[in-house]
Design a protein around this ligand. Sequence first.
Ligand SMILES: Cc1cc2nc3c(=O)[nH]c(=O)nc-3n(C[C@H](O)[C@H](O)[C@H](O)COP(=O)(O)OP(=O)(O)OC[C@H]3O[C@@H](n4cnc5c(N)ncnc54)[C@H](O)[C@@H]3O)c2cc1C
Ligand code: FES
Length: 385
Amino acid sequence: MMLQLLTFLLVGLFLVGSFTIIYIQVTVARDTYRDKKQQRALRNSSRPIRFKVTKREDMSPRHFSVCLTPLTAKKLPRFMPGQYLTLMPAIGHDSKITLKRCYSLAAWHKKPQHYELGIAKEPDGVVSTWLHQNLTVGSIIDALPPKGTFVYRPQLRKRGNEHTVLIAGGIGITPLRAMIDMFINSIGQGQSLVLFYSAKTHDQMCYLSELNNLAYKHPSFNFYPIISRPTSEWQGLTGRIDTALIASKLAHELGNNSANYYMCGPQTMMAELKQGLLNAGTPMDNIHYEHFGVNANIDTDNVYPVKLNNHQFEFSTQRTLLDAMEQNEIAIESECRSGSCGHCKVTLTSGRVKELIKSDIRLNTNEILPCCCIPSSAVTLEMPI
Ligand SMILES: Cc1cc2nc3c(=O)[nH]c(=O)nc-3n(C[C@H](O)[C@H](O)[C@H](O)COP(=O)(O)OP(=O)(O)OC[C@H]3O[C@@H](n4cnc5c(N)ncnc54)[C@H](O)[C@@H]3O)c2cc1C
Ligand code: FES
């Protein structure tokens, strides 16, 4: 009897031991696989893809769209509507600075074969002017794979009624157009989508007839184009987008918990709308927005000396501290130029800066984002070499 009990105990111990070892081995293998997968994703997200322009369409004298087909990637990375590509045009080969600019993916496909962008030529804009002049069918350009946290995630939608309100100003329509693509491809019962889209003039409103047609075909999608400087031929809404206009067109209350707002447009328009929505009781979690850049530096009277590692230069009329660094041939990491990627982070060791835009990036004490600020005194900065 004792012997049987002992044998039973030993077998039990052996089994528990074996299972523990197998469990540990499986856990370690799984963690290693996840680590490798994460590292691979990280490596791929910073490795440029080479593209060929396979289509170009001029939408207005200032706006054009391009289709980019990959030359170096077998399968194009999938993306969520709202994300962007970082273009790396070959401008100024002898410069130490690789110019990079982000462009939102303007159309969404579940398995993309190409990427589509919509680009506005900015007055005196270095990259957008170059792209406007040089991106033609057959030209080659490198870009970093899709990224970004401004994403529309219908799979996270709660059950029951759900309303999505999109608000675009000018070229801010591009990420929202990709969101419309996904909505139209997955409309569920009780779901509605409304787009408010403003432009200065009728001919600067991109995709107008396409959006009108979609709204005509899909009763759950409503479209309100608004022109701020109308000519006599414009019969639609005029003025600016504000919360009063939005409230007057929605079938639900502004603060309704089941409504999500996605905005992309000029900084002042988004700041006013965000405040208006919060005042109406909209939870902050339901307000999503993307900045395409920061407002220009208007403080042109002051000149401040800047020290950065071994460099010294003066900040005067440049738009941001990042622009000033690049003008002085300082090779600083950057990507979004609007406070959302964190790549340009440096340490402010003395002096003061003024923030032009509030970033969501978590910064340590004394860290600043040069793409979002200008000096307001003499400053000393440090960045890792
Ligand atoms: C996430 C994201 C997505 C984006 N998506 C799109 C998109 O889909 N389509 C699109 O067209 N753009 C998009 N942009 C904007 C785009 O990345 C570029 O910022 C834009 O094309 C301008 O770049 P640029 O090099 O032509 O202009 P820059 O040379 O960088 O200048 C930008 C603007 O500032 C002005 N400026 C420059 N220097 C000064 C100065 N010293 N004082 C005052 N003003 C000055 C210029 O006149 C110009 O209007 C996006 C940006 C971000 C961050
Ligand atoms: S460049 Fe992205 S945060 Fe400054």
